[in-house]
Design a protein around this ligand. Structure first.
Ligand code: SAM
Length: 278
């Protein structure tokens, strides 16, 4: 079944809540993103293109990595979210990031990038291999491409079992998958890089994990925010009713379920990949 919340190709929407969710998510995923940049050899002085910048967190991590002698250009279809990204970059003191509104498949770009970085964007593209292949002409020979993407073939889990959390992970995957999100994006990265004309990527897989209030207080808010962003798709697709989801109390119920049994949670799997342009 195919369902769309609206005409926006970005299935998680353009709301203020989605912007907040992206920032919370970025805090969780900053560590593996930095690790990926280090593995890929992104270094001071480089010129980096960030695909689908959202609220600007990946661009800011890249700017930290390349330092004041480097530059970061971020692209996003949503001009509104780039206002937030610009404000946040300015507040963080970054003077070397430029955000360009536009579709990454069509926007005019320089041809001398040292690196293309991307996080949680290939999963939203109908033909990511073609998009990446076309973008490679903007990268110098020997430049590098990185991707960090979720894979919903391994949903979140908990021990002891937390049935509401398991259901919530399924709702997200069902809603987003019905709207066209590639649920096996992590596993597809290897072939995608090759189809784009890159060498076989080096890869890693990781997942958020933890238990106890220090972890769960924020994690369960993040889970509920993620469900909120796809709620229209979940309901429209018939995967759950608004009453079953109970979005206003979902975070608190997830927290209670996990804390009451002192559960350890392992969230959805993410995969990182990087490769050089020949
Ligand atoms: C899930 S967010 C990820 C944001 C950021 N990369 C991060 O990890 O925090 C995906 C972003 O990609 C943007 N986007 C989706 N399709 C796009 C396209 N074809 N060209 C440029 N941006 C796109 C959306 O507007 C959204 O802001």
């Amino acid at each position: 079944m195919s369902v769309q919340a609206n005409d926006d190709p970005y299935v998680l929407g353009r709301s203020a809540e989605e912007e907040r969710r992206l920032q919370r998510q970025s805090a969780w995923y900053a560590r593996p993103t930095r690790q990926l940049f280090a593995d890929a050899g992104i270094a001071p002085g480089m010129k980096v293109l960030d695909l689908g910048s959202g609220t600007g967190d990946v661009a800011m991590l890249a700017a930290e990595t390349v330092g004041p002698t480097g530059r970061v250009i971020g692209v996003d279809t949503n001009p509104g979210i780039l206002e937030t990204a610009r404000r946040r970059a300015e507040q963080a003191g970054h003077t070397n990031i430029t955000f360009i509104p536009g579709d990454l498949r069509a926007v005019a770009l320089d041809d001398d990038f040292d690196a293309i970085v991307s996080r949680l964007i290939l999963v939203h593209l109908p033909d990511p291999a073609t998009a990446l292949r076309d973008l490679l002409r903007h990268v110098r020979p020997g430049g590098v491409v990185t991707a960090y993407e979720p894979d919903f073939t391994l949903l979140g889990d908990a021990y002891p079992p937390c049935p509401l959390y398991t259901r919530a992970c399924s709702w997200f995957a069902q809603g987003a998958g019905a709207a066209g999100m590639e649920l096996a994006m992590g596993f597809r990265l290897h072939q995608l890089f090759i189809d784009a004309g890159l060498e076989a990527p080096r890869m890693f897989a990781d997942a958020l994990a933890g238990g106890g209030p220090d972890f769960l207080d924020d994690f369960t808010v993040y889970c509920a925010e993620s469900i909120r962003s796809v709620l229209p798709l979940i309901v429209r697709g018939g995967f759950a009713t608004e009453e079953e989801v109970g979005i206003e109390t979902l975070g608190a119920r997830l927290r209670d379920e996990m804390l009451s049994q002192n559960a350890t949670v392992r969230h959805v799997l993410f995969m990182g990949a990087w490769a050089r342009k020949a």
